[in-house]
Every structure is written in structure tokens, then in C-alpha cells.
Design a protein around this ligand. Sequence first.
Ligand code: IDP
Ligand code: MG
Length: 150
Amino acid sequence: MERTLLLIKPDAVQRGLMGVIISRVEQRGLRMIGMKLMRVSRTLAETHYSIHQGKPFYDKLIGYITSAPVVAIAWQGNRAVAVVRQVLGATDPTAASPGTVRGDYGIDIGRNLTHGSDSIENGQAEVKLWFTADELLDWERIGEEWVFET
Ligand code: IDP
Ligand code: MG
């Protein structure tokens, strides 16, 4: 089953947007299988964002994600990666559509509130990077047959 990592970044936590962000994904129908409030270590930040190492915004990005608590959430369901990316909207909030988290609540790209895994492979890998096996719960959410056709 497809899995994806959602991060509610420090700006969203500080601005009191945890609940609305979780609600949007929860109401879409994905199953939450893990969630934690945590302070991100420099090591985890650098591993998670290793693909961006060397880019002009890299140092600021590591500073941003480690600056205050984040909420890490693992979601599972058909098309989970695409659904979360769609709920979050484009990376630059001024390019994100209204109705998306970034389009409704963000302005600057360096304060874009959230992270969502960008491929099925990265979804699996990022859930493994951020959660230990015993932090993930195997459970049935009732009514999933009314969200997923199969
Ligand atoms: P994504 O979060 O939509 O997948 P990526 O291109 O993977 O976007 O970039 C990772 C994060 O780096 C973004 O969410 C944003 O916080 C930050 N970022 C990306 N591009 C810029 C930039 O040009 N200036 C400042 N921060 C940036
Ligand atoms: Mg990305």
C-alpha cells in the first residue's frame, strides 16, 4: 500500500495550523499510520534534504526545519503521495492554487508550511527515515470502502 510523509513545518506549528492541515488530509480519506511532534536534528534534516545540498537555499532550509518543532505524519492509502502533494499545493505559495494549504496560508517559498513526499519510492523511504517500525500502527479505518474502490 502506498505511503507518504507529511511534515508540518515549524512555521505552520507556530502559526497554529497543525489541525487544519491534518484535517484536510484526514477528510480526503487517507489513513494516518504514525504521527509525532518532534524537534528535527541537524543530521535528520541533512539526510532528508540531501538532494538539495549545494543549492543556494540549502543552509537556510536546514536552519528553518530545525528551528522549532515539526509534526511528522505517515499516511497510507491508494495514491497517497499524489493526494498529499495536491492538498499542499505548489512549492512556491504564490504559485499554489487557492484551496491548497500553501495557496491559502503561505506567501514566501522559504515559509511554505509543509513537506510532502514527491514520489512513491520517496514516500516509502521517507516514512522509513522518520519513523521506526514500532511507531507505525497497523489499523483499519472504518468506511475505507467508501473512499477507495478497491
Ligand atoms: P517541495 O517541498 O515542494 O518538494 P523542493 O523543491 O523539494 O519543494 O524544496 C524543498 C524545500 O526547500 C521547499 O519546500 C522550500 O521550503 C525550500 N525551497 C525550495 N526552493 C526554495 C527557494 O528557492 N528559496 C527558499 N527555499 C526554497
Ligand atoms: Mg521536495
